[in-house]
Design a protein around this ligand. Structure first.
Ligand SMILES: CC(=O)N[C@H]1[C@@H](OP(=O)(O)OP(=O)(O)OC[C@H]2O[C@@H](n3ccc(=O)[nH]c3=O)[C@H](O)[C@@H]2O)O[C@H](CO)[C@@H](O)[C@@H]1O[C@H](C)C(=O)N[C@@H](C)C(=O)N[C@H](CCC(=O)O)C(=O)O
Ligand SMILES: Nc1ncnc2c1ncn2[C@@H]1O[C@H](COP(=O)(O)OP(=O)(O)OP(=O)(O)O)[C@@H](O)[C@H]1O
Ligand SMILES: N[C@H](CCC[C@H](N)C(=O)O)C(=O)O
Ligand SMILES: [Mg+2]
Length: 495
């Protein structure tokens, strides 16, 4: 595609060199530049892409997009284009380069602190059951119908998203469901995408390391709704204090869902058990396979979005009742002697509290009138929001009978230092029931050794993840497999 066609309708500050140059690929990474590439220099959190312009040219870049023209740009071997905001421009360029794939599918984005993967995956599974070919962009994985493509981010960079949307279209997909992280909004990873709908789940404490303040974090989430077109719907959870804030400046059609108050889509939880949720949704009674009141919200938003996309409410509920949750979300691993293991991706204070409250609600005294004990194994990620560490430890103590603090992707931090910060949140009265075991496998083994039949072990924070990241080295680690092994070992020891 010629550079001048690629720049169609994109605001420019200045250009230098020929705009008739042929561009065969786009990249923001100098390491991926080859002949024909357009290199877009983006300022990041660690590096500044502008410092790699020379490298990109040396590697054969056909043209450069940047925020500052280098001295001598006019005489340079390649054309330069100066723009106000490279990251945003990259989204517009990607949309032009790939012929606006997001306009040719129904693209629905999901944002919120918790529940994005759950809602996006439920929508993907529901719409496939409704008979559509669908795409999914999520933390767990990207999917084009049955084809699984590993995901590196919750929301990919905007070039990758446009590439994936193009592949989805080639495969005949009509609907695509994607997570929109707050990082992605701020870093313009959704720039130039045309959404048919946006969903807000909730907003609670997370990522303050990146956003600085809670207000900035709210603004980031709201930024997604601010850029929805008038043709889209904006569906928000009005039981969340910030639900309506999301809709303040959107051009989209405003729609709401609630378990507590008047809303476009109303639900009520009739029963919540280890086997599923019984709900009234718009006055129809349904059983779902998901567990926990927080999932009642997820299901209600999925129902609302499906109806807003034009599906029949009764068909939606019938098919949604059979849909299973994504991996690592309240996933059960039960031992032969009936110890219940639950692996859950709760890695925020709110998620951890929700999951533990759910566990408290659904546990029942056994025949001997003994209430099952709750044993929680939890850690907090390194190089991520440190403020949540003591809070999560306190929540674990408040809702559990035993707590084992352990590691969860220490990344480049010292695991012992992360654990010290968690320990600071343990109330003195709970010190006796809490133990710190840095090695996650040992921590899970200890939990199993403490458990009696019917007790519930919550292993929180990693969910579907299959690695532990220490010093940038990812070693195999899967909570579900480690828990299964621990059960087997302990059963053998008892024989
Ligand atoms: C903090 C953060 O979000 N970082 C993301 C960001 O990287 P960055 O700003 O640090 O980039 P940088 O290293 O400073 O480089 C700046 C520019 O120079 C370029 N460069 C760099 C080196 C070089 O040799 N040549 C070169 O051209 C880079 O390609 C980039 O364009 O932009 C990169 C490209 O899109 C992302 O891969 C990277 O994600 C990192 C790996 C990350 O861990 N991100 C997490 C925090 C994240 O985004 N998480 C959210 C989910 C959060 C949630 O809701 O739970 C997500 O959407 O996944
Ligand atoms: N609607 C909800 N409200 C509160 N907590 C939830 C909700 N849905 C899920 N959770 C909890 O949050 C955890 C993560 O859920 P999910 O993966 O769907 O969220 P996410 O927003 O995609 O997370 P991430 O930001 O890592 O992508 C779940 O394992 C569960 O503990
Ligand atoms: N999307 C979240 C996932 C956190 C999962 C937890 N296991 C961790 O590694 O901190 C993040 O990148 O902050
Ligand atoms: Mg997710």
């Amino acid at each position: 595609m010629l550079l001048k066609d690629l720049l169609y309708k994109i605001p420019l500050l200045a250009t230098a060199g020929s705009m008739d140059t042929d561009i065969t690929s786009l990249t923001m990474d100098s390491r991926k530049v080859g002949p024909g590439s357009l290199f877009i220099a983006v300022r990041g959190t660690v590096a500044d892409g502008h410092t790699f312009i020379d490298t990109a040219v040396a590697q054969g870049a056909a043209a450069i997009v940047c925020e500052e023209l280098p001295a001598g740009a006019n005489a340079a071997a390649v054309p330069f284009v100066q723009v106000q905001d490279s990251a945003r421009t990259m989204g517009l360029l990607a949309a032009n380069f790939y012929s606006q794939p997001s306009k040719r599918v129904k693209l629905v984005g999901v944002t919120g602190t918790n529940g994005k993967t759950s809602v996006a995956t439920l929508l993907f599974r529901l719409f496939r059951n409704l008979g559509y070919r669908c795409g999914l962009l999520s933390t767990v994985q990207n999917q084009i119908d049955d084809q699984v493509i590993p995901a590196t981010h919750t929301t990919p960079d905007v070039i990758t998203t446009n590439q994936l949307l193009t592949q989805m279209l080639e495969h005949g997909c009509t609907h695509v469901f994607m997570e929109v992280s707050s990082h992605a909004v701020v870093q313009e990873r959704i720039a130039g995408l045309t959404f048919a709908g946006g969903i807000f789940t909730n907003i609670t404490h997370d990522h303050l390391d990146f956003h600085g303040t809670f207000d900035n974090y709210i603004r980031a989430k709201k930024g997604f709704f601010d850029q929805l077109p008038a043709s889209a719907f904006a569906l928000t959870n009005v039981d969340d204090k910030r639900g309506l804030v999301m809709l303040q400046n959107t051009a989209a059609r405003k729609e709401t869902y609630s378990l507590q108050t008047l809303a476009t889509f109303k639900g009520k939880v009739l029963a919540d058990s280890l086997f599923g949720l019984n709900m009234l949704v718009d006055d129809r009674e349904v059983w779902f396979k998901l567990i926990g009141r927080f999932n009642a919200y997820n299901l209600l938003s999925v129902y609302g979005a499906a109806v807003l996309l034009g599906e029949d409410p009764a068909d939606v509920l019938t098919l949604l009742s059979g849909v299973t949750p994504p991996p690592g979300r309240f996933e059960q691993v039960v031992s032969d002697d009936r110890i219940v293991g639950i692996v859950d991706y709760a890695h925020t204070p709110d998620a951890l509290q929700n999951v533990l409250e759910t566990i408290q609600d659904i546990r029942h005294a056994d025949e001997q009138d003994r209430l099952p004990q709750i044993i929680t194994v939890v850690g907090c990620g390194g190089n991520r929001d440190a403020a949540k560490r003591p809070i999560m430890a306190e929540i674990a103590c408040r809702f559990s009978d035993r707590v084992i603090l352990t590691s969860d992707n220490p990344r480049f931090e010292d695991p012992a230092a992360i654990l010290e910060q968690m320990q600071a949140g343990v109330p003195p009265v709970d010190a006796k029931k809490t133990v710190t075991i840095e090695d996650r496998r040992d921590a899970i083994n200890r939990a199993v050794s403490l458990a009696k039949p019917h007790d519930i072990i919550l292993v929180a924070g990693k969910g579907h993840e299959t690695y532990q990241d220490l010093q940038g080295v990812k070693s195999d680690f899967d909570d579900r497999a480690v828990l299964r092994d621990a059960f087997l070992k302990s059963e053998r020891a008892k024989e």
